[in-house]
Design a protein around this ligand. Structure first.
Ligand code: TGC
Length: 386
């Protein structure tokens, strides 16, 4: 399969260990996800039963060190994200929400007690986490959030609502970001706390094998030590978003690669006017355009991953990757769907499912527009968000 899309030998830039890690995640996706994903997608089911296997592979919080986490590199994490999203964006999203958002928030900003209480259980998949930043009226502009945490004696009391929160209805713990008298703070909220409710949003036309929820917080009372001591202001959640956005750079290309390979296989087999579609120049032009963007997208992801492992990756560089790779991946998936003709609209083939999923992926963790404006700001020095 590699030679069908790796035209510039990107593989030679990976170590044996990196290729081995990628191989084990790819095998898991081939055996546990691909045979079942059409059914999960059609029934709108998130397959909780595969979480323990993901944990065993070290995929939960895999780039974090200590507390039972795998301590793998950023490139390893990216390679895994690409393989998972070649299965389905919903499954990669689970790993992102768990590891890059919920676990990263605790790992980066939590107290020793919070880390010891939650991270080992989350790495084992025994506790699922979610990350509540977005609100019904605060998506691209999280600074406009209305959820408020007030002090009441030694306690905190939270009120507000969150929207589009992945995994919230199956989570044991939620990281909730709220305004306080001292600016935005993060709270570790066990989801069994009275006043916390999470309701799945649906029906959806995208990310059907995944769960996104509304959260209502009504007088949710928490002890003083529920606050994340290391996060003060919006920088706290944004530092976690960087981790998730980074994973998307790789993941989107996984979905693109899977769609391209489906279209290539189909074009080789499908005869029209007595010849395989792959023998027509228009088809070859499409395949070549797709392959070029996949090669460029993976090369970009690998470059950014190497920068991340060197501790040199800057937020605007993550925007380059997220904007470019989501934009190109969705085009590739749509083109692949078109190459499959009518058969492309069924769940027998992955491209339209991937394209639909990528509508969510291009929207969450910063829309195309937000990442464009982050880069516009970087280039011109003039913020144009407001
Ligand atoms: P701004 O004044 O620019 O920044 C506030 C503070 O944050 C710092 N900062 C960052 N730090 C680290 N990494 C980044 N990427 C950062 N971006 C900003 C900044 O330096 C400042 O720090 P300090 O110490 O000076 O206070 O804040 P702004 O509100 O004007 O930001 C502008 C903008 C548009 C870039 C930002 O608001 C933004 O990125 N918006 C998009 C938000 C987004 O991606 N939302 C999606 C969340 S996904 C979700 O909630 C669901 S999780 C997925 C799931 O559950 O499935």
């Amino acid at each position: 399969m590699t030679e069908e899309f790796d035209l510039i030998d990107i593989d030679s830039l990976l170590s044996d260990e990196e290729r081995a890690l990628r191989g084990s995640v790819r095998s898991f996706v081939e055996s546990a996800i691909k045979p079942n994903i059409a059914g999960w997608y059609e029934k709108a089911v998130f397959p909780l039963e595969i979480v323990p296997e993901m944990a065993k592979l070290g995929l939960l919080g895999m780039h974090l060190t200590g507390y039972g986490c795998a301590g793998r590199s950023a490139v390893d994490y990216g390679l895994a994200a690409a393989e998972l999203e070649a299965g389905d964006s919903g499954l990669r999203t689970f790993v992102s929400v768990q590891g890059s958002l919920a676990m990263s928030a605790i790992h980066k900003h939590g107290s020793e007690e919070q880390k010891s209480e939650w991270l080992p259980a989350m790495a084992k998949g025994e506790a699922i986490g979610c990350f509540g930043l977005t609100e019904p009226t605060a998506g691209s502009d999280p600074g406009a959030m209305k959820t408020f945490a007030r002090r009441d004696g030694g306690d905190w009391v939270l009120n507000g609502s969150k929207r589009w929160i992945g995994l919230a209805s199956v989570a044991k713990v939620a990281i909730i970001w709220a305004q306080t008298e001292d600016g935005v703070r993060g709270f570790v909220v066990p989801t069994g706390t009275p006043g916390f409710t999470a309701t799945p949003i649906g029906p959806k036309l995208s990310m059907r094998a995944s769960i996104q929820c509304d959260i209502e917080l009504t007088d949710v009372r928490l002890p003083a030590d529920a606050v994340l001591p290391g996060a003060k202001g919006l920088r706290g959640p944004f530092e976690c978003l960087n981790e998730a956005r980074y994973g998307i750079i790789w993941g989107a290309m996984g979905a693109a690669r899977d769609s391209y390979l489906a279209a290539l296989a189909y074009a080789r087999e499908r005869l029209q006017f007595d010849r395989p579609l792959a023998g027509y120049q228009l088809t070859q032009a499409k395949l070549v355009d797709m392959a070029l963007e996949i090669n460029k997208g993976f090369l970009l992801a690998l470059h950014l991953g190497r920068l991340k492992d060197a501790g040199a990756l800057q937020p605007h560089q993550i925007s380059v990757g997220k904007l470019n790779n989501c934009r190109e991946a969705i085009q590739i998936c749509r083109e692949a769907r078109a190459m499959l003709g009518g058969n492309g609209i069924t769940l027998d083939y992955p491209p339209l499912r991937h394209a639909n999923n990528l509508e969510s992926v291009r929207t969450y963790e910063g829309t195309d527009e937000i990442h464009t404006l982050i880069l516009g700001n970087r280039i011109t020095g003039i913020p144009a968000f407001r």
